[in-house]
Design a protein around this ligand. Structure first.
Ligand SMILES: Nc1ncnc2c1ncn2[C@@H]1O[C@H](COP(=O)(O)OP(=O)(O)OP(=O)(O)O)[C@@H](O)[C@H]1O
Length: 222
């Protein structure tokens, strides 16, 4: 008997997802799915709800309505912890730990890719020589690079990247793009928020546009 081929399930899918603050809609209802090997660019002006959407997907905020599936299963805390790596606006570093200590600490909390050494990850993001520098002594761009090293160490297949290009120089922007390309090649997926299309990973990308004109809200997948 020929085995029945099932289509691969999206890494993440949202149905009817809606979020409001004090009865004011922020976004939704919103439907989308992101497959392995795919990047979804979440685009919108300041205040359009991009960060809020990523925080809802990461489980840091509770949606008012709708469902989120990860690998075809309802997204609970354990499934999210395994599947999602979230890069937010704040680096989330321990100021008095060194770069290497921060990385080891975060890998201890969230797990790490096998065969990936923290020292190598620091070198990949351009922080070789900064292993012993305290996080509070790093520049904003260097802190972002340390967060990128942590992302690189993560075993999670789904990256939620909130403004990953912020604070980075041109070489840093290229670094993010190379990381995203490599991650997608390995079967990962990513959502990336951005104000405009001025910087976007050069990969198969779909776009989710969030617009806010007064109370009029629109989302479209182009
Ligand atoms: N902690 C909060 N308390 C109350 N309102 C908030 C809070 N965080 C965000 N908002 C509001 O929710 C809306 C969406 O904000 P959000 O940060 O998701 O937008 P964004 O698209 O990520 O914006 P930006 O491009 O400026 O980062 C905005 O109107 C904002 O004022």
């Amino acid at each position: 008997m020929t085995p029945v081929e099932r289509p691969a399930l999206p890494l993440i899918a949202a149905r009817g997802l809606r979020f409001a603050r004090n009865d004011e809609p922020v976004f939704g209802p919103l439907d989308f799915a992101v497959d392995a090997g795919e990047a979804l660019l979440v685009q919108g002006d300041n205040g359009a709800g991009k960060t809020t959407l990523l925080r809802v997907l990461a489980g840091l905020l509770r949606a008012d309505d709708g469902e989120i599936d990860i690998d075809g299963h309802p997204a609970g805390p354990a499934r999210r912890a395994r599947a999602i790596a979230y890069l937010g606006h704040l680096p989330g570093l321990k100021a008095d730990l060194s770069a290497l200590e921060n990385l080891n600490f975060l890998c201890g909390l969230h797990g790490r890719r096998r065969a990936q050494l923290p020292e190598n990850a620091l070198a990949i993001v351009g922080l070789a020589g900064y292993e012993d520098a305290l996080a509070r002594q790093l520049s904003a761009g260097q802190k972002k690079r340390l967060s990128l090293a942590r992302l690189w160490m993560s075993p999670a297949p789904l990256w939620l990247l909130d403004e990953p290009y912020a604070n980075l120089d041109l070489e840093g922007i290229e670094l993010v793009n190379r990381m995203v390309q490599a991650h997608l090649r390995e079967g990962g997926a990513t959502l990336v928020t951005t104000h405009g299309a001025y910087a976007a990973p050069p990969v198969r990308t779909r776009m989710l546009v969030m617009e806010k004109r007064g109370l009029e809200l629109r989302e479209q997948i182009a």
